[in-house]
Design a protein around this ligand. Structure first.
Ligand SMILES: Nc1ncnc2c1ncn2[C@@H]1O[C@H](COP(=O)(O)OP(=O)(O)OP(=O)(O)O)[C@@H](O)[C@H]1O
Length: 342
């Protein structure tokens, strides 16, 4: 740290210490614990405080100014005290969608949840964190929408369904392989996450399969509020799903639940239901691991066709039965879960 930075840090620590006894009028915690006090500096005997104004009434602001000024009055190094109140941008609830294995329906589930939550009136963002194999631009019918930036910060694209989204599929040339090593991949992911998502209440993050660099960046740097795990019922997929659960448990990331996809297929000719990937495996695995089971999604030809043509939203509106109804039930439950997080 340069000398100048050292001085600024110690001045800030000095000021923080002097006003330690002042409580946040909203939470009752100290201003530092509640992160109400954002910054402080002492220059030429002028103390300046930057305070987060969210949730404060005009009277509470005045009271805070008075409490802090009174405490600093006796300090010989402080002649005047100044305050700046700023409104910090709200942060959406971050829901990661993960699986161990690829091809089990993680991107379809992420897109369906984004669309259904939006249809229920929420402000939804969607990050396609599958940097090597992005599919959300296709799923959301947003392949032609290019991404703009303000300075270094990317601006989410708003799809025809009203979802704010970012995907490498809108940034990289679709005919060129993305052959990056771990740190560069994590950097690209972090840039997607660092876009301005403050207009969203919920941010769905479609993770790539596995337990690699992006999953680690996700849990360490972006701390999702919860993760939904999806698997097909067969052992091969469930073994990898258990690895994903283990990673999220070790990093203390809340696991919302496990979903079984591609559970049962109804023959369009004779109506007979068959189970090409087995049935019930994910429910048993969820019970075994002590996590909530969030339901079955059957195979639906309409889902596959709508997803491939970027019309998943329309297909989900007709949600009386089959896969669309199953997605709808999960989205409903997720809405309740989000509200319970406060
Ligand atoms: N319930 C379902 N019914 C019919 N088709 C489905 C269903 N779920 C997913 N699919 C189809 O299965 C294929 C794989 O799904 P998807 O791309 O969502 O998987 P993924 O886990 O995200 O794969 P990857 O990790 O490789 O990106 C897609 O063609 C999708 O349309």
């Amino acid at each position: 740290m340069a000398d100048q930075d050292c001085n600024a840090a110690s001045e800030e620590a000095y000021l923080f210490d002097k006003i330690r006894s002042v409580s946040d009028p909203v939470s009752g915690q100290s201003l530092i614990e509640s992160k109400r006090l954002m910054a402080a500096e002492l220059k030429e005997s002028n103390a300046r405080f930057v305070i987060r104004a969210n949730g404060l009434t005009a009277e509470q602001r005045t009271l805070l100014e008075k409490q802090i000024s009174d405490l600093l009055q006796a300090e010989p190094s402080v002649a005047k005290t100044y305050f700046t109140f700023v409104l910090s941008k709200p942060k959406p609830k971050i829901i990661a969608v993960a699986s161990g294995k690829g091809g089990v329906g993680k991107s379809t589930l992420s897109a369906a949840l984004a669309l259904l939550l939006k249809q229920k009136g929420r402000r939804v963002g969607l990050v396609d964190a599958d940097i090597y194999g992005p599919s959300q631009a296709l799923l959301m019918g947003a392949k032609q929408q290019s991404v703009a930036a303000v300075g270094d910060q990317l601006r989410p694209v708003v799809t025809a369904d009203g979802i704010a989204m970012l995907s490498m599929g809108q940034i990289a040339d679709p005919n060129q392989a993305i052959a990056w090593r771990g740190p560069k991949i994590a950097g690209a992911f972090n840039q997607l996450m660092a876009a301005d998502w403050s207009e969203c209440d919920v941010l769905i993050v479609d993770l790539p399969p596995g337990t690699g660099d992006i999953q680690l960046s996700m849990v360490r740097e972006h701390k999702p509020d919860g993760v939904l795990i999806i698997s097909t019922p067969q052992d091969m997929a469930l073994i990898d799903a258990k690895r994903a659960v283990d990673l999220f448990r070790k990093t203390e990331t809340p696991i919302i639940g496990l979903i079984e996809n591609m559970a049962g297929y109804q023959c369009p000719h004779c109506g007979e239901i068959s189970d090409p990937f087995g049935a019930g495996g994910a429910e048993l695995a969820a019970a075994d691991m002590g996590i909530d089971f969030w339901g079955y999604i059957p195979l639906g030809l309409n889902i596959r066709l709508a997803a491939d043509s970027g019309h998943l939203g329309d297909c989900l509106k007709d949600s009386a039965e089959g896969a669309a109804a199953a997605f709808s039930k999960i989205a409903e439950r997720l809405g309740v879960w989000v509200d319970q997080q406060g």
